[in-house]
Design a protein around this ligand. Sequence first.
Ligand code: ATP
Length: 267
Amino acid sequence: MTDEAAPPEVDHESELPRDHPRYQSLLTRHRIEEGVEKGITSTQGLIAEGRGEAFDYLLGEETLPSADAAARAAAAHLLLAEHPVLSVNGNVAALVPAEIVDLAEATDADIEVNLFNRTEERMGAIADHLREHGADEVKGLAADGRIPGLNHERAKVDADGIGAADVVLVPLEDGDRAESLGELGKTEIVVDLNPMSRSPRMAAVPVIDNIIRAVPNITRHARELADAPRGELERIVEGFDSEAALRDAERAIREGDLGKRDGKDQE
Ligand code: ATP
């Protein structure tokens, strides 16, 4: 008679055991790889993923309390907005398609596809992928608006989407576009694992966390705050200090809680 432990639970999508110490990181890689195969994610997106993974490793692959506070401020901004828009690129679509749809529902936001390397094929593949995950309407395909100060392809937006937005969530955005959107007076919420990157430094709300954790976390806060009076939302927005959030993430990277990384060594 043996006293056998139950076999580890396996994720059906990736066939990875859920109790693997690096489960989340391996699942992320699996989704990005699939994204490339489906024509959703560019090969440059693979490089961005690698850079993100390195920062996540340094952050202990956990949401810092300061990143959670940023997620709450992000939710308050989205709920207060007249016209919030969630911008989606190839990595975001591959990693969190259903979670973006949930966040759009929780905050009554539009979803717009916006690509650094824009091709009509990839735009279409991403829009289809988001619809397969429950999106009703996906913007970005009309491309009848322009962000001034950027070259032609990267400047394209929908006039009634990002063009008309007052608050924009731009995860994993490149620094130039983040800067140009900021100059247009839009409030930017940036999700990025690198607190030294230009985009989070430009943002009203930098969420220094993995997109895989950050988007569901913003949704959770938005649901909790759904019935909050405007005054409370405004207090959350005003009480958020972006500089302090960036500093805290840099401190966490420098000082690192090496204990947390035990058992999470690279494959
Ligand atoms: P900048 O121009 O702002 O300096 P960059 O050149 O660093 O930006 P990219 O090379 O496009 O920008 O890299 C994308 C960014 O996305 C990186 O900062 C990386 O840390 C971040 N990133 C990658 N994967 C994730 C993820 N899963 N969650 C959050 N951020 C991520």
